[in-house]
Design a protein around this ligand. Structure first.
Ligand SMILES: Cc1cc2nc3c(=O)[nH]c(=O)nc-3n(C[C@H](O)[C@H](O)[C@H](O)COP(=O)(O)OP(=O)(O)OC[C@H]3O[C@@H](n4cnc5c(N)ncnc54)[C@H](O)[C@@H]3O)c2cc1C
Length: 315
């Protein structure tokens, strides 16, 4: 556990992934006293390489975080390994309770805790998540281009995912059992671009170690594929904010209940911002970095105004 230098921070960033470190870097450079509290389990930790990230194309996810931590630390940002369990209003700020009992106080909070991916309960999926079982063709489609690709439906979003994945290969099969009978108009559209549809229940994704070989279905067949795409259900990691009773909204595409934020990431609480996957489950790394930077600037702007309010009051 890193030593800490402040008993009251200008800002605490909960979550030290791409979004949180980006916010922390901005705030550190704005000469704010910043603590990042991080449980150390970024969402893409299952992948060996990250893609579509300008300047870091093909690098290991851990390398981006190592660099981000060092860059933020160069401006005095401190880091605490731990899990935040509760946040409450306190006099002129917020009180943040960390597992194990430590309490930290701050004038502002940036929530960047990401999501957990609830994977389909199909044998062979969890152990190949991030290697042979993928979700984002922009992140990993190039690496499996022109290969035999399966799309494992969980929700009607799979119809869109199958059409998208077709951009990377003309050998795509949709395993549709989980969404029941597919509307004939959708079927026609899929078939127009050569996408096969297997309606039988999926029993297992088979493979060797991290690699996928095929999908076994209840009709006794194994359809040979080289990789599988699926859309896990996103679970925002925001339960520790329950005491603040923040406003929430339903995601327009059915991705669940999320904290409501404005364009700068500010929630209904004027000291709490939320950025990255925890509020935008489809955000990739560049988007998460961008949201963190926007919120970092907005938090500093709010603190600047508060500094003037306090100065005027005590003048
Ligand atoms: C398998 C896989 C591969 C991916 N590949 C790519 C890719 O190639 N390119 C790309 O652009 N995107 C990729 N993504 C998406 C990418 O992972 C996300 O865009 C990115 O992680 C979002 O950043 P974040 O900071 O919002 O969340 P995260 O990176 O998930 O970071 C959240 C951090 O908060 C911590 N945390 C959670 N709860 C608490 C708590 N209560 N207290 C303290 N800390 C907490 C977590 O442990 C974690 O360290 C991939 C995703 C997956 C699942």
């Amino acid at each position: 556990m890193a030593p800490r230098s402040s008993s009251r921070w200008d800002a605490i960033v909960v979550g030290g992934g791409a979004a949180g470190l980006s916010a922390a870097l901005l705030l550190g450079r704005a000469r704010r006293r910043v603590l990042v509290i991080d449980a150390g389990a970024p969402r893409n930790r299952f992948a060996e390489h990250m893609h579509g990230v300008l300047g870091s194309e093909g690098a290991a996810p851990a390398e981006l975080l190592r660099r981000g931590r060092a860059e933020a630390a160069a401006y005095g940002v401190e880091r605490l390994e731990g899990t935040v369990e509760d946040v409450r209003d306190a006099e002129d700020g917020l009180e943040v309770r960390v597992a194990g009992g430590a309490i930290e106080r701050a004038r502002a909070l940036v929530v960047a805790t990401g999501i957990a991916d609830d994977l389909p309960d199909v044998p062979g999926v969890a152990e190949r998540w991030g290697t042979g079982v993928l979700h984002c063709p922009y992140c990993h489609g190039w690496e499996v281009r022109d290969q035999r690709l399966g799309v494992l439906a969980i929700s009607p979003m799979a119809l869109h995912q199958a059409r998208l994945v077709r951009q990377w290969s003309d050998r795509v099969v949709l395993f549709s059992a989980a969404i029941g009978d597919v509307d004939p108009a959708h079927l026609e559209r899929l078939r127009a671009r050569g996408i096969g549809v297997v309606p039988a229940e999926v029993l297992e994704v088979v493979g060797d170690g991290p690699s996928v070989r095929g999908v076994r279905t209840a009709d006794g067949r194994v359809t040979e594929v080289d990789a599988v795409f699926t859309e896990p259900a996103p679970r925002p990691q925001d339960a520790f904010l329950r005491s603040l009773d923040l406003r929430r909204m339903e995601h327009p595409a059915g991705l669940g209940s999320l904290l409501e934020v404005d364009a700068t990431g500010r929630t209904a609480h004027d000291r709490v911002w939320a950025v990255g996957n925890v509020v935008h489950p489809v955000a990739n790394l560049p988007t998460a970095i961008s949201e963190g930077a926007v919120a970092g600037g907005a938090v500093n702007g709010a603190l600047v105004e508060e500094d003037f309010d306090l100065a005027e009051r005590s003048a």
